[in-house]
Design a protein around this ligand. Sequence first.
Ligand SMILES: Cc1cc2nc3c(=O)[nH]c(=O)nc-3n(C[C@H](O)[C@H](O)[C@H](O)COP(=O)(O)OP(=O)(O)OC[C@H]3O[C@@H](n4cnc5c(N)ncnc54)[C@H](O)[C@@H]3O)c2cc1C
Length: 245
Amino acid sequence: MVETQNYAMINQKPYKLIEKIKETPDVYTFRFEAADNSRLNFDPGMFVMLTYIDKETKEKITRAFSIASAPNSDTVDFYIHMVHGRLTSKLENAEVGDIYYMSGPYGQFKFSSNEDKKVLFIAGGTGIAPFMSMLNKIKNDSLGTDIVLLYSVRYSNEIIKKDELEKLEKEINLKTVVTVTRPQENDNWKGEKGHICQEMVEKCVGDITGRTAYICGPLQFVKAMKDMLVSMNVPLDRIKADVWG
Ligand SMILES: Cc1cc2nc3c(=O)[nH]c(=O)nc-3n(C[C@H](O)[C@H](O)[C@H](O)COP(=O)(O)OP(=O)(O)OC[C@H]3O[C@@H](n4cnc5c(N)ncnc54)[C@H](O)[C@@H]3O)c2cc1C
């Protein structure tokens, strides 16, 4: 758990919400730009602390969010799951033009483009956010990284940025495999089904030797993926993880 109190007030700057895009039944892209039009300097994988301040009561709510947009982008984008908690309830009612506050960037979950030429990205749900930032960096900088992305969602209508991922597969050296853990009879899903397991990794990745794994998602997901990779003899220094618990 990130200690929000410690992060909240450092370098806090106002950002204007410029777009709110429904991606899936429960996830929205929140697109912000700095009120002073400056660009946020960050490495893909990092997060910021986003603060809501109630205009009347001055109540503050701060939570961490991974940056989904690429570095050098004019906007800062987040994919946020509406879990009806304290901050997400405010975001559900947020309107274009609203001001939120951000501090950061923070975090050690960064893509090491010089060292990691072959990678396995493992995302659970909105954990796809830092990987979208990394994939766009790989594209924009023509890094040529060999990428396999395993992306786990509960339902087939919960795939965030499906079209962009398909487009990226044609533009960079990316193979995306989406697995649906709760397939429905009428969803017409023809892809992988069930939780990511060793057998699925072996089928989709082939020989994992020499690949660095990056994992992002909820606590239990990250733990399960880490344990699986360790049992497959992936060295710990080749497993990088971002936990949202
Ligand atoms: C480094 C990091 C990066 C993150 N990046 C992202 C991201 O990119 N996208 C994203 O969506 N999230 C991300 N998170 C999670 C995010 O920070 C918040 O924890 C999340 O949005 C929930 O915040 P909240 O204030 O709405 O919920 P909280 O009020 O903090 O509640 C937490 C949980 O309790 C439940 N809850 C709250 N109130 C009640 C109640 N009355 N009864 C029952 N249950 C309740 C909520 O449903 C929620 O699941 C990240 C977290 C970390 C640490």
